[in-house]
Design a protein around this ligand. Structure first.
Ligand code: CUA
Length: 161
C-alpha cells in the first residue's frame, strides 16, 4: 500500500501526541496523586437531622482552625443561622476552615470568591474542602450550579477580620 511520506509523518505525530497525553495523565494520577474531588461521605438527604448536619454551623477547633458544616437548599446556605438572616461566617485572619457541605434537595454549587474552593453539591454526598483566609475582607460563597428560579439569590458571606 502506498502511503505518502508526509501522511506517515502526520500519523506518527498524532500517535506520538496521544502517547504523550496518556503518559501525562498516568503520571498525574499515579506519581502526583491528582484526583477529582470525591465525596468524603454519604448521607440520606431526607434525614439530615440524624447526621452531623443536624446543627449546621462553624466550630472553633483551636489553633485558628475551624470546621464549617453547611447545608445547601433552595435557595440558601444554611450555616446555623435562622431563616431570613443572611448566612454569614466571621473568622479571624489566617483562619483555616474545613468545609463539610451537602445538599438537601437538588444539585447546588459551592464556590468561594478569591479562594481555591469549588465544589459541586449532590444530594446524598458530603463534599469537603479546606481553605486558609489570609486576607481580611468579605468573600462570598456562591452557588454556581443552576438550581431553580432563586439560584441567583443563593449566596453566603465570609467575613475575615
Ligand atoms: Cu443553588 Cu444555584
Amino acid at each position: 500500500m502506498h502511503m505518502h511520506t508526509l501522511e506517515r509523518y502526520w500519523l506518527m505525530a498524532v500517535f506520538g501526541m496521544l502517547g504523550a497525553f496518556g503518559a501525562a495523565l498516568l503520571a498525574s494520577v499515579f506519581i502526583f496523586g491528582i484526583s477529582l474531588p470525591s465525596p468524603v461521605g454519604r448521607v440520606d438527604p431526607r434525614q439530615l437531622d440524624q447526621t452531623e448536619f443536624a446543627s449546621p454551623g462553624v466550630r472553633n477547633m483551636g489553633d485558628n482552625r475551624y470546621t464549617a458544616h453547611i447545608v445547601a437548599e433552595m435557595w440558601r446556605f444554611n450555616i446555623g443561622q435562622g431563616l431570613g438572616q443572611p448566612a454569614e461566617i466571621r473568622i479571624p485572619r489566617g483562619a483555616e476552615v474545613t468545609f463539610f457541605v451537602t445538599s438537601k434537595d437538588v444539585t447546588h454549587g459551592f464556590q468561594i470568591e478569591q479562594h481555591d474552593v469549588n465544589l459541586m453539591l449532590l444530594p446524598g454526598q458530603i463534599a469537603q474542602a479546606t481553605a486558609r483566609f489570609n486576607r481580611t475582607g468579605t468573600f462570598h460563597i456562591i452557588c454556581h450550579e443552576y438550581c431553580g428560579p432563586g439560584h441567583q439569590t443563593m449566596y453566603a458571606t465570609i467575613v475575615v477580620e
